[in-house]
Design a binder for this molecule. Structure first.
Ligand code: BDR
Ligand code: CA
Length: 327
């Protein structure tokens, strides 16, 4: 089985990405590491436990990580994910029961990432669904361990200057640009990145009617849970916010990067480009600067990132349907 660590700030799309991994028996989830991002770290940890409760997989160890980015304060994905990160669904409707926070492991996320990697050299992939604070700190603690990683999959950043959190930057990179920069500059393994432009391409969006019929109407624990966490968005469809636009459809993010790991054929096109993160720009902090001049062979060979540029939506639909069918 393919070993993964999921680093997350659950998050509606994070929750759905975790369900995707749980529905695939070929993936062995060694750990889920939590980080502040879409919501406070405390909420992220309890959200992960809720997801695992629904899937009856509380055997998977969950670790708390960094509360805040390397510089500055937590920024929150509140307009989309709700204050609690899972759409602020009333507890009696969500129906997961109180989660037992003492189920969290005692070690810190930033140390276990390298520990698992050393335990299984060359076998572990980290699937990053959140600001990259945990992985960046892990690298700072132990700069050499990434040589032993199989790969790092990142949902975040961009390749053509477009953002969702600012005009220039994607949420996960804008939340902690220093962390993103540390990760891209110091990873000695393969780095696969799915940025904002690819997720938000019109052809990669999912029609509301399809989501409703194929996913939210399933009467399984997963189906009911994702319908409930999406309810706030569905009932306040607002074309002005990313992902809310009923006509143009839902933008999925973290689900795609998980799907890319689980089923590499989801990637229909990629390019390898040297990639850095802007840390100082007045308008562009958190934006990726992608060097497209030396296609596939950067001048100095540094920061080589595989940018996913096109996706197979039909395959993805099959995976999403399978995810909610699990009994
Ligand atoms: C990313 O930001 C978060 O709000 C989502 O969970 C996803 O990881 C998309 O920009
Ligand atoms: Ca996320």
């Amino acid at each position: 089985r393919r070993k993964i660590i999921i680093d997350t700030d659950v998050g509606i799309d994070d929750a759905q990405a975790i369900f995707l991994a749980l529905a695939d028996p070929s993936a062995e989830i060694l750990a889920i590491t939590c980080v502040g991002g879409n919501t406070l770290l405390e909420n992220v940890c309890s959200n992960v436990l809720k997801v695992l409760t629904v899937a009856q997989r509380l055997d998977i160890p969950v670790y708390a990580g960094c509360k805040a980015p390397i510089i500055g304060n937590i920024k929150f994905g509140e307009p989309y994910h709700g204050e609690d990160g899972l759409g602020d669904c009333p507890p009696d409707i969500l129906d997961v029961g109180p989660v037992d926070i003492s189920m969290l492991q005692l070690e810190h996320a930033t140390t276990v990432i390298s520990q698992f990697t050393k335990k299984y050299p060359g076998e572990v992939s980290v699937i990053c669904l959140a600001p990259l604070t945990n992985l960046a700190i892990a690298i700072k603690i132990d700069p050499d361990f990434t040589r032993l990683l199989k790969s790092v999959y990142i949902m975040g950043g961009n390749h053509a200057g477009e953002g969702n959190d600012t005009a220039a930057a994607e949420f996960n990179f804008y939340h902690d640009p220093e962390a993103a920069s540390i990760v891209l500059s110091n990873c000695s393994c393969e780095v696969i990145m799915l940025g904002w432009e690819t997720c938000s391409l019109m052809e990669n969006r999912f029609k509301y009617s399809w989501m409703k019929e194929s996913l939210y109407s399933r009467d399984t624990p997963q189906g009911r849970f994702i319908r409930n966490i999406n309810n706030r968005i569905l009932s306040s469809m607002d074309a002005s916010l990313p992902g809310y636009d009923q006509e143009s459809g839902f933008i999925l993010c973290d689900e795609w990067v998980m799907a890319l790991f689980l089923n590499p054929e989801i990637c229909a096109k990629f390019c390898v480009w040297s990639t850095e993160v802007e840390l100082a720009g007045r308008l562009t902090r958190g934006q990726c600067v992608v060097d497209k001049r030396f296609y596939g062979r950067s001048s100095d060979g540094k920061n080589q990132v595989r940018h996913v540029l096109a996706l197979d939506k039909e395959r993805m639909k099959e995976m999403l349907v399978k995810m909610v069918m699990v009994q």
